[in-house]
Design a protein around this ligand. Sequence first.
Ligand code: ADP
Length: 471
Amino acid sequence: MHINGESVDCESKELIKVINPATNQVIAAVPKGGKAEAEKAVDAAYTAFKEWSVKTAEERAKLLMKWFYLIEENIEEIARIMTREQGKPLKEAIGELNNANSYISWYAEEGKRIYGETIPSSHPNKRILVLKQPVGVVAAITPWNFPAAMITRKVAPALAAGCTAVIKPASQTPLTAIKLVELAHLAGIPKGVLNVVTGDARAIGDTWLQDDRVRKLTFTGSTEIGKQLMKGAAETVKKISLELGGHAPFIVMDDADIDKAVEGVIGSKFRNAGQTCICTNRIYVHESIEAVFNEKFSQAAKQLRIGNGLDQGTDVGPMIDLHAIDKVKEHIDDAISKGGEVLQGGSRVNLADGYYFEPTIISNAGDDMLCMTEETFGPLAPVATFNTEEEVIERANNSKYGLAAYVYTQNLSRAIRISEKLEYGIVGLNDGLPTVAQAPFGGMKESGLGREGGHYGIDEYLEVKYVSISI
Ligand code: ADP
């Protein structure tokens, strides 16, 4: 762990093992921190806030950019750490790190543009001034599927805004987080500004929720835990941002460029072995193009090479653990029992004791199948058909989630019409990979609150103060 600029152990001396999902071997162990460590981290962040928050945006930007360059220089090494603890192919790990780093450089700049306002007064002898100020200590709780990007998306805007942070990375992927924080210290980011506590999620989370010095909670993970945290944050009325589950529909209209749609769905569905919150979960193809789409999609999925992410040429790495494999199996069995037909894949792959699963496509999907309503978080692609535009919009919106949706069509009016009607925070229009630092990422309904990325993303770490001046 890193607290107050130092690498520290925990009081209990207990450890959490880090397992490589490609081999099922233990590759490291990190301290199992709890309440005591979580409190120490807040002490450090609270103290550091006093000096960090009054630095100029320029000074903070310089340090953030040093961190950015150190990550860039060490990208291969960090990518290897990530692949070993998380499983994703090395090329995806490098892709994630470039994306993660782009949040640091983007927010280093954006911190300089935290503009306030002056508002014309209705009294001749009064002036109205609006200031934006850092909210204070930020607690960030992050998941294992993007061990770097989920951290930088939160801490880059937080630090740029003048906040300090305490981070609890997922227990499965603490090593990438620790490495990033080490590099931040090497870059000269002062002690206490960025702290990482590994260990007991509930004990750490509860400590931060109860601590009124923590003024903001930012979380990415399951809707279930997000709801618990939201309730917990109410006790001290913290600002919150939640990036929760998704159930992305991928709509292919009859006028779509089918090759482009296949390329989009392969990336959107099988990237990170299907373990992203904006992954396509269900596909709706117009009935008139079902046969050709399924043929091309199956062919493309068959080409994907499954293997250890460290091996050259691997397209799909292992899933994170056995629980993840079991969920995919459950969804496949359920789909088959309700009339689904396996076009491609369908089975676990036995390779070096790892958690591999074949990219799987199921046709004849029905809305009553589990995979059409519950987040699968794995490499299963159910394909359903539809007849009219109104019908597919209704079916796509019929979900408690509202994170990402994808639409493929070459008809401009239709594209705009459907994009406007989809109840999703992100719409990929002929685009399967919509995540970039300058755009607002986030969900509607039970997919979350708040946005990460773009100028919207820094507002989450700012308080608005109104100064009424009588002259
Ligand atoms: P996932 O299915 O991606 O593991 P979770 O919501 O379980 O999603 O986990 C996301 C993050 O939330 C992880 O860092 C995890 O350790 C943390 N977490 C899980 N349970 C709790 C909790 N009760 N309080 C605080 N954090 C938690």
